[in-house]
Write a protein that binds this ligand. Structure first.
Ligand code: SAH
Length: 352
């Protein structure tokens, strides 16, 4: 008989699963606290349950595991990247960033990715599978455990491998689970979800009425270039994505973040900066300029620092809120999918 996975369930779902074994309803919450707050991964350590009950539970249920497969720390010592093995042996990347204002965790939502953006390592072998809510939560708890006394995860960015809106139900479940007081008790405002621009998913998210920050990967100020960089633009072109983002901003009152990955000679000219400023005019928006991390297979490189500064200044001169993303993991292959890809292809993940 295959065991039922409890890790990743809400307290009431745990209660329902264990009640046939004679456990009271309130035990669901107790077990959830062991799993999500005390990092316990075996029934034997659940000391408020009678020994007999613990044995019965162990025979019938599993408690989820992720295992560290590789890790890297950036030279600044503030950023750790982990490659975590899942139950079926596949692996995903998670990044822990320690800022002076708190800790944030960058979570993967899929193994691989089906979006096909030309500069991204996650998508090189396509989409492998969706992650479950439990597998996303496990990434955050792994980081929480690493932090130990140094703090707890304060914010979560769903910006790792995968397209979160292509795994909508599990991603929403993950966010709601983190919010529960028996789990991480995190406010919805502590979440940022980054999407390549799946319009129906953006609208659906707006209807949830949660104050989650939406980040849109834009990367280009017009359809011709955007389609070259991100094939998904053929399906959901720029105007449709922007309109959906506006609806999201109106519905939630949240400023939308636009990510613009700067690629030398492709989307970094003054003219493109002016075009981007025109696109952003009148929008409740922040533009986040991201120097592309070179991925060997992708043949892209970042503009030099002066060029990026110039791009930023063109935007600011036109009253666009814009920043260049502070680099926290460039030296550790912290860009989407890079560590996993280097392990899969047999590189030494420890070197660059
Ligand atoms: N699919 C979602 C979330 C994952 S990608 C999305 O497209 O938004 C998250 C962010 O990582 C995107 O903004 C993407 O542009 C960025 N990214 C991916 N590969 C990168 C690379 N090689 N260098 C810099 N940023 C990268």
């Amino acid at each position: 008989m295959t065991k039922i996975e409890l890790f990743g369930l809400f307290a009431d779902e745990i209660a329902a699963a264990i009640s046939p074994y004679g456990l009271e309803k309130y035990r669901g919450r107790q077990i959830a606290e062991w799993l999500y707050q005390k990092f316990v991964r075996n029934f034997d350590d659940m000391t408020n349950l009678a020994r007999k009950k613990r044995e019965v539970l162990a025979e019938n249920f599993m408690l989820g595991q992720v295992e560290l497969q590789a890790s890297q720390q950036a030279v600044n010592g503030q950023t750790d990247k982990f490659l975590l093995a899942l139950g079926d042996g596949l692996a995903v990347e998670t990044v822990l960033m320690r800022h002076n204002y708190g800790n944030s965790v960058c979570v993967s939502s899929q193994v691989g990715c089906g979006m096909g953006c030309i500069f991204c390592a996650s998508t090189i072998n396509g989409l492998i599978r969706n992650l479950t809510a439990g597998e996303m939560l496990a990434q955050v708890l792994f980081c929480g455990q690493r932090l130990g006394d140094a703090g707890r995860p304060n914010s979560i960015v769903i910006m790792g491998s995968g397209e979160p809106l292509a795994n909508y139900d599990q991603v929403l479940r993950f966010i709601r689970l983190c919010h529960e007081d028996y789990c991480l008790n995190m406010s919805f405002r502590s979440f940022t979800l980054s999407t390549a621009g799946l319009v129906p998913g953006i609208d659906r998210l707006a209807e949830e009425g949660l104050p989650v920050t939406l980040a849109i990967s834009l990367h280009a100020p017009n359809d011709a270039l955007r389609s070259r960089i991100m094939p998904i633009n053929d399906r959901y072109p720029l105007a449709a994505v922007l309109a959906a983002a506006d609806r999201y901003a109106n519905r939630t009152g949240r400023r939308v973040t636009y990510e613009y990955t700067l690629i030398a000679g492709m989307n970094d000219s003054d003219e493109q900066a002016r075009e981007l400023a025109a696109v952003m005019r009148g929008r409740l928006a922040n533009v986040n300029l991201i120097p592309v991390n070179a991925v060997a297979e992708c043949g892209v490189s970042r503009p030099d620092a002066g060029k990026m500064e110039q791009f930023l200044n063109v935007l600011r001169a036109r009253q666009v809120n814009a920043t260049i993303r502070r680099e926290m993991g460039g030296d550790i292959k912290a860009a989407c999918g890079q560590l996993r890809h280097s392990v899969l292809s047999g590189d030494d993940p420890g070197c660059n």
